[in-house]
Design a protein around this ligand. Structure first.
Ligand code: BTN
Length: 329
């Protein structure tokens, strides 16, 4: 969509009632037939626009496509999402974002896809990415900080996502399952996959890949007990461009502060409030190594704190947590 068409969309979105064709002609310095052409393009893109003789045009509904024209209507960021590459289909937004980062795309650039043919999850898993319903996007970051702090980014993103989901769907209680899952009850709503390119002490870039189940109305049998979506949780569809902008708004706010801090301390109470593992008996698998204990918290460095049966306190930097029985509060 060209800049003029998105400008008209933005103007219609900002105006509550009807906007006359004459006003649009004057504001954008174009003819009536040009206004009509742009309205036609917006309709072709899926926006619902009423046209009433004598009153003008009124935006009744956005298309809901998470591309730049609609995402930017809700963005409050300085950089995150200001460059946005939307694809109807790609293999994986993380892969594409990595390519753009290597080609020097700026910090804050985002790649979004309506569907991914090879969506990637953590630990080599697949992220199933059906079209027309969910959010799949990757944010390019260039933090000038010690590489040792990079593993804090998934938790920072999780805190931002919980805030954005709360803004969009206040009745959904989100939980964070360390290190990177967002749940509704015990079903997964969202996953974060961070990948970085670095040398020993500097990160060249980090790709924060986020998948959120937004408007998916059913899951295959094998996932039905494990996955949910905002639509299934609330019974109502959620506007994808608005949610995507909400995540970017919330993330940038936290990220800019995090860059000034030494660790996650400033947002830890928020993360711990959402942490579903707190007080739970868990098993942590990391490669072929397995550790067991009760979760006592999350350290400011983002590590999981475990108390073993022998009373030993462990600090777990990474791994996959599975739940056992609860005996700690
Ligand atoms: C996980 O929970 O295993 C992480 C899932 C991350 C999925 C997202 S979807 C957008 C981005 N592109 C990918 O290929 N993966 C991430």
């Amino acid at each position: 969509m060209n800049a003029l068409t998105s400008g008209i969309l933005s103007r219609l979105h900002a105006s509550r009632g009807y906007l006359s064709g004459e006003d649009l002609c004057r504001e954008f310095g174009i003819s009536r037939s040009a206004v009509w052409k742009h309205i036609g393009q917006l309709r072709d893109a899926g926006c619902r626009i009423a046209a009433v003789t004598g009153s003008g045009y009124r935006l009744e509904a956005l298309s809901g496509t998470p591309a730049a024209a609609e995402v930017s209507l809700f963005l409050e960021t300085r950089r995150a999402g200001r460059e946005l590459h939307y694809h109807k289909q790609t293999q994986s937004t993380n892969l594409l974002a990595k390519k753009l980062a290597v080609e020097r795309a700026p910090e804050g650039a985002v790649v979004v896809a309506d569907t991914q043919s090879a969506g990637r999850g953590r630990l080599g898993r697949t992220w199933v990415s059906p079209p027309g319903s969910n959010l799949y996007f990757s944010l390019i970051l260039r933090p000038r900080i010690a590489v040792s702090r990079i593993p804090q980014i998934p938790l920072l993103a999780a805190a931002a996502i919980c805030r954005a989901i709360h803004d969009a769907c206040p009745d959904v209680n989100t939980g964070i399952k360390w290190p990177n899952d967002i749940l509704a009850g015990d079903r997964k709503l969202c996953g974060v996959l961070c990948e970085m390119q670095s040398d020993t002490d500097t990160a060249h870039f980090v790709i924060a890949g986020i998948g959120i189940n937004v408007n998916q109305d059913s899951f295959p049998t094998e996932l039905r007990d494990k996955a949910s979506s905002l639509l299934l949780e609330t019974g109502s569809p959620v506007c994808r461009p608005e949610l995507l902008a909400g995540v970017l708004n919330r993330f940038e706010e936290l990220y800019l502060q995090w860059l000034q801090e030494d660790d996650l301390g400033f947002v830890l109470s928020d993360i711990e409030k959402h942490s579903v593992l707190h007080g739970q008996q868990v098993v942590i698998d990391r490669f072929s190594h397995r550790q067991e204990g009760v979760v006592t918290g999350i350290a400011p460095g983002g590590e999981l704190l475990l108390l073993t049966g022998e009373g030993k306190e462990l600090t777990i930097a990474s791994g996959e947590a599975s739940l056992g029985k609860t005996f700690y509060h």
